[in-house]
Design a protein around this ligand. Structure first.
Ligand SMILES: [Zn+2]
Length: 445
């Protein structure tokens, strides 16, 4: 039955009686509801934001209200009847969700489902809809952001405070010893005390690093965006998060470095936000970690990519960049947000110097990986990856192996391989910074 027909009959009934009217109204709503089916409900909690996704076979209009005392977000979805899939959402809220304490779902009116999100704190919601893409049908997306976003730099400074002061202290000691040694050299002929210092005591290496080096580690994909999926079902987003955490732990073990993860859980981070986050923490290096697929399952070997301003270095590199850049479409971003426009302006800045440094660090890492794993190509490739566009941070993307190659998929799930890849990236980073120590920053007061 078409809704036009129902409307016509509604008009006719209008004249007859109120009883008929309500019957006709009901028909209209049921008519819409018959077309709509909820295919999936997903919730992705994180400190950054909590995302709730409803997937349907038809685009459905949504309206929102924010209520306080207590804090709630009320969303009405039109053209929908309550069904078991929708009710599943209630059980999917995790107790450690930073923003949502519970979700209530009910039939508000015939044809209107009401979702009430009980909140742990006030939030800034972003509600939007997405057209079908990839494996997904229509999606309604509710992103719940904190009203005061966390400051990643403050958190990082706090968590690395001990290391920072240890570095300062060791630098001071090194300076003192150097001064003393200098003095001793000059005073040797007439100062017997200085001569008493044992000659064979090894002096520590001179201070190389005036401050902690911040490494932004960027595990690709996440949440709604699974990344590439292997024949055995491995998801790129999980494999790369695991490798990224290993790299984080290794960097944490270095006295003069501190790690920062652009995501530490299973949630989606838009490409421009990854770049913004790295800039917010004043990263000295940005390393994006992936494990992608190619049309041919024979394709194998690790590769390292840097940004290109003048076209891709190969058709494969171009293909990879296009694939990675599609992450925002699969993961789903609200194209109306203003910060995206700001980000686009920033990305137009020159990246010539950045690319030069990126190629250097990329080659160091590639050399390390080549020591134990097959390489797809023996040099750093270049293409227009959106995630590598920070104008002021050397940025590389490591394809740790092809998840589309069954042999490599197995290796990617292997603890030993994950650890060796992380170690190779660490050694490449160390080699690069030993040749290019970062300059001291102006002290902010
Ligand atoms: Zn990827």
């Amino acid at each position: 039955m078409s809704s036009k027909k129902v409307n016509l009959s509604r008009r006719r009934h209008l004249k007859t009686s109120a009883k008929f009217l309500s019957f006709a109204l009901l028909l209209t709503e049921v008519d819409i509801a018959w077309g709509a089916k909820i295919l999936g409900v997903r919730i992705w909690p994180s400190e950054d934001y909590t995302r709730i996704t409803l997937e349907s076979d038809t685009p459905l209009p949504i309206t929102q209200q924010i209520l306080t005392n207590p804090d709630r977000l009320v969303v009405d979805v039109q053209g929908l009847e309550l069904n078991p899939t929708l009710k599943d959402l209630v059980a999917k809220v995790k107790p450690n969700d930073p923003y949502v304490s519970q979700i209530r779902v009910g039939q508000f009116q015939p044809g209107i489902v009401r979702l009430v999100f009980d909140l742990k704190e006030p939030i800034k919601p972003q509600l939007f809809t997405l057209d079908p893409i990839g494996e997904y049908n229509y999606r309604m997306v509710f992103d719940l952001y904190p009203t005061t976003p966390l400051d990643p730099l403050m958190a990082l400074v706090k968590s690395s405070a001990k290391k920072e002061s240890a570095l300062e202290k060791s630098n001071e000691e090194i300076d003192l010893i150097a001064q003393f040694a200098n003095k001793k050299e000059k005073e040797v002929p007439r100062n017997p005390v200085a001569q008493a210092i044992p000659e064979n005591k090894p002096l520590p290496a001179p201070a190389k690093y005036q401050r902690l080096i911040t490494i932004a580690i960027d595990p690709g994909h996440g949440g709604e965006d699974p990344g590439a999926i292997g024949a055995a079902g491995s998801r790129e987003k999980n494999v790369v998060l695991s490798i990224a955490k290993r790299l984080r732990d290794k960097i944490e073990g270095e006295a003069y470095m501190r790690p920062y993860l652009t995501r530490d859980g299973d949630y989606f981070v838009p490409l421009h936000v990854r770049v913004q986050k790295a800039r917010r923490v004043e990263a000295d290096l940005f390393v994006s970690i992936h494990a992608d697929a190619f049309i041919e399952s024979r394709a194998k070997g690790a590769s390292v990519f840097a940004l290109s301003q003048m076209g891709a270095s190969s058709s494969m590199a171009r293909w990879m960049a296009n694939k990675e850049n599609a992450s925002d479409l699969i993961g789903g971003i609200n194209i109306k947000t203003q910060d995206r426009q700001v980000a686009n302006l920033l990305l137009d800045m020159s990246t010539t110097a950045q690319i030069k440094d990126s190629l250097q660090v990329g080659n160091s890492i590639l050399k390390q990986i080549g020591g134990f794993a097959p390489l797809h190509k023996g040099k750093v490739e270049q293409a227009s990856f959106a995630v590598l566009k920070a104008p002021d941070i050397p940025s590389i993307l490591v394809e740790t192996a092809f998840i589309s190659n069954p042999q490599e998929e197995a290796r990617l799930n292997d603890d030993g391989y994950q650890d060796r890849i992380a170690e190779a990236i660490l050694q490449g980073i160390k080699e690069y910074f030993s040749k290019n120590p970062p300059v001291a920053r102006r002290v902010n007061s």
